[in-house]
Design a protein around this ligand. Structure first.
Ligand SMILES: Nc1ncnc2c1ncn2[C@@H]1O[C@H](COP(=O)(O)OP(=O)(O)OP(=O)(O)O)[C@@H](O)[C@H]1O
Length: 340
């Protein structure tokens, strides 16, 4: 396992008042996995990342990165271990007075990288992030996406085993965000680097993560593969985060007392693309109108939704609902947006 946190707590003391940033949190991130942590501001995400990055020690509990327990390391060993953990930041944190080349050179020099190999390593890194032609540019002359590419090149300079991403795309526009996430995915696949990213945007999780932990008030309240988090959110906070894809309001023209006849169905995996409504039309003597529908792709796997208005004999409607409930890969969902 790449990262194992066991029963970790972190308490800060601010003006005599205790702030519990992390509360007996346990987490395991597998080798080569992309693990996303999502939570609102103040949930404790950055604190968690700083523990993995060895910037801070937990108040209690243990942190283990790639087989090394991080407590009780000598400062020399700690420094060596830190080099194996790369990090990128929301605000890129580049040195403005140095060129792209020099920004990367700076970390290689600091880690006493073999001098003969520094130049070729920098060229290799710049090629990897698609910036070979920007070696002599200053950060001030780069776009946000290019700056983050430099950040990524710098983070990878010392061949890390783990890459930590702290809101790495939050300062970028949606298109640039996509290209940066694509690059991170490529790095994960091609170099086998484990990635832990923290974000407050579910879109980022949907695009890139294999698994996700939902954080609130210093705890991970739900943890699962990304498809399950979207298709079966359990905790109220998770439901809030995935609300966007469940955003089916019952149209205003449906009278208040007819609303119990509105059924929203969720289609899991390949069932999203099957012709299910045809079966409903064929088997049941009800009037069925489609009010809304959508297919979301989560890691290329479809998750479909269909909102139907079903009218007719109440017994027939009950039979139809029972039929839906018995169908594999099809579920009725109670989660949808407030009626507008
Ligand atoms: N160095 C510190 N000293 C005192 N309190 C801190 C410190 N760092 C974090 N905290 C507190 O710990 C809690 C968790 O903060 P943290 O920054 O980890 O949350 P976050 O989820 O990363 O939020 P954000 O997205 O706003 O950065 C907050 O209540 C914060 O005020």
């Amino acid at each position: 396992m790449a990262i194992v946190l066991e029963d970790v707590s972190k308490t800060y003391e601010v003006k005599g008042r205790k702030v519990e940033a992390l509360k007996r949190l346990s987490l395991t991130v597998g080798d080569g996995e992309i693990f996303g942590i999502i939570g609102f501001s103040g949930a404790g995400k950055s604190t968690l990342l700083r523990l993995i990055n060895l910037l801070e020690a937990p108040s209690s509990g243990s942190v283990n990165v790639n087989g090394t327990a991080l407590g009780n390391l000598s400062s020399e060993k700690l420094r060596a271990k830190r080099q194996k953990i790369g990090m990128i930041f929301q605000q890129f944190n580049l040195i403005e007075s140095k060129t792209v080349y020099q920004n990367i050179e700076f970390v290689l020099k600091a880690s006493k990288y073999d001098k003969k190999k520094v130049k070729s390593r920098i060229e290799e890194l710049l090629a990897l992030v698609g910036l070979s032609d920007k070696a002599g540019s200053y950060p001030g002359n780069l776009s946000g996406g290019q700056k983050q590419r430099v950040g990524i090149a710098r983070a990878l300079a010392n061949h890390p085993e783990v890459l930590l991403c702290d809101e790495a795309t939050s300062a970028l526009d949606p298109e640039t965000t996509k290209t940066i996430l694509k690059l991170l995915k490529k790095i994960n696949r091609d170099l086998g680097i484990t990635i832990v990213l923290i974000t407050h945007e579910m879109g980022v999780i949907k695009e890139i993560a294999d698994r996700v932990g939902v954080m609130t008030a210093g705890e991970i309240v739900e943890e699962s593969d990304v498809y399950s988090i979207f298709s079966h959110p359990e905790h109220a906070v998770t439901k809030g985060f995935v609300q966007d894809i469940y955003d089916f309001a019952i149209p205003p023209h449906i009278e208040m007392n007819d609303r119990s006849d509105v059924i929203t169905i969720k289609f899991l995996n390949e069932n999203a693309e099957a012709n299910y409504v045809n079966q409903l039309y064929r088997h049941f003597e009800c009037d069925i109108s489609i009010l809304n529908g959508r297919i979301e792709y989560i890691q290329d796997m479809p998750l479909g939704f269909l909102m139907l208005h079903v009218q007719g004999d109440p017994q027939e409607i009950s039979r139809l609902k029972a039929f839906i409930d018995e169908s594999t890969g099809i579920e009725r969902t109670e989660i949808h947006a407030e009626t507008r």
